[in-house]
Design a binder for this molecule. Structure first.
Ligand code: URA
Ligand code: CA
Length: 434
């Protein structure tokens, strides 16, 4: 087989066979197919797309290009959740103990964040003593015992995706639905997921800015999952403004604790219940989404969700007393209000720009090697649709640096007030279950 012929075939709009896709992924991973031929194929795929069969084959070829995690010693259906990324997205911290509390095993491999705020591991490390450096046997024992554990990324998972994503990044071929969908799904499958719930964000803070594109991406991922034997569901959710009120690591941990206690912000609570219901159905613990939601509401009300969080934190060295005494989480030195310059209705709080401001305070990494300040971030006192009086605080800046003048200017530039009343954006746009 010659790579030249594979490129020409896709260039002319034909469907590639399984042998041709495997030939490309194997050769690209081991270096026998050069970058220039891989980039030509990526561009041909960008323009001509891929069929459902091609997408499923590409996904599994990338899964098989490296190590895969074997979660079979864990009892039950392992359901993983993936978010396409947003600002102040605290759902994983809520979902993990929430679904574990109704018996769905959560065996999560997680990473550190780049950009806006930290990743799930960074957030969890705001709990004093908590660590993810546990070995595989311990990880499996903890999930079987407590239904929940989080481990740091290890092993050489999906090297083909790593290489191809890097190449796409510099050849203007990132924005291709088949390539994004297979990239995301390959990583989840390699990490051992039997079933997958996807939260595809849409709006300013999201990778996909329009709802149509987000739906298309979600459908592509759901179809890949179902074609390769992993039941998959998806939700399209709003990311035009940040999710919840907290942006920043310790602030988001507190927000997750509040939510598990039933006292969280409405939007974070609603999205968490929606995604968790899908996880519970896919995990085989309920037959319908409504039944699942009732079970979840019950463990919030009877305190079992919060108990599961405490067990989880202390099982990995964390000080679980932070759950009842959140003031023991890292605290910023300064709390600085951002007063409204006029009265009106909040019509826009641009998610990615607020995320950027939080990053500049130190809540996120500007480069891979930046050190995160776990205490800092933003807390939104107002959200889109709320009325604010002149001088009233729009948000609170949590900072370890007293001088936040330039960050204030930046925030004012991305928060818009109008005279006319405005509706809050719909949080859950679509639910895709097959
Ligand atoms: N995220 C991924 O993991 N892969 C893509 O291709 C795009 C976003
Ligand atoms: Ca939040």
């Amino acid at each position: 087989m010659r790579m030249y012929d594979v490129i020409a075939k896709k260039r002319d709009g034909h469907e590639l066979t399984k042998e041709e896709i495997n030939f490309f992924i194997d050769g690209y991973t081991d270096g026998s197919i050069p970058e220039y031929q891989a980039s030509a194929l990526a561009m041909a795929i960008y323009f001509n797309g891929m069929t459902e069969d091609e997408r499923a084959t590409l996904t599994m070829a990338m899964v098989e290009s490296g190590d895969t995690i074997d979660l079979s010693p864990i009892n039950g259906i392992k359901v993983d959740k993936h978010s396409t990324g947003g600002v102040g997205d605290t759902t994983t911290l809520v979902l993990a103990p929430l679904v574990a509390a109704v018996g769905v095993p959560v065996a999560k491999m997680s990473g550190r964040g780049l950009g806006h705020t930290g990743g799930t591991i960074d957030k969890l490390e705001a709990v004093p003593g908590f660590h993810v450096e546990i070995d595989n046997d311990e990880f499996i024992r903890l999930v079987n015992e407590n239904k929940i554990s989080v481990i740091g990324q290890s092993g050489n998972l999906t090297p083909a995706d790593k290489k191809l994503y890097g190449l796409r990044d510099v050849t203007a071929t990132v924005n291709s639905i088949p390539l994004i969908a297979s990239s995301i799904m390959s990583k989840k499958i390699a990490a051992g997921a039997d079933a997958i719930v996807l939260d595809v964000k849409t709006g300013a803070g999201a990778f996909m800015k329009s709802e149509e594109e987000s739906v298309e991406l979600a459908k592509a991922m759901v179809s890949i999952g179902n074609n390769v034997g992993r039941n998959t569901m998806a939700v399209i959710s709003d990311m035009s403004q940040p999710l919840g009120r907290a942006i920043g690591n310790a602030l988001e941990v507190k927000e997750a604790i509040d939510t598990l206690r039933g006292e969280g912000p409405d939007d974070l609570t609603e999205l968490s219940l929606t995604l968790a219901s899908q996880m519970v159905v896919l995990g085989g613990k309920a037959d319908t989404l409504d039944e699942a939601r009732n079970m979840l509401q019950e463990v919030i009300e009877n305190g079992k969700a919060l108990e599961t969080l405490k067990t989880f934190l202390s099982s990995q060295g964390g000080d679980a007393s932070v759950v009842d005494q959140t003031e023991r989480l890292p605290q910023a030195k300064y709390k600085i209000e951002l007063p409204a310059k006029q009265s009106g209705y909040v019509s826009d709080m641009v998610a990615d720009e607020l995320g950027n401001a939080a990053m500049q305070l130190g809540a996120g990494r500007q480069t891979k090697d930046s050190v995160i300040d776990l205490a800092v971030g933003l807390f939104l006192n107002k959200k889109v649709g709320d009325y604010v009086e002149e001088g009233e605080s729009l948000l609170t800046i949590y900072s370890n640096n007293e001088d936040v003048a330039s960050i204030k200017d930046q925030l004012y530039n991305h928060i818009t007030l109008t005279e006319d009343a405005i509706e809050a954006p719909t949080l859950i746009k679509t639910v895709i279950s097959e």
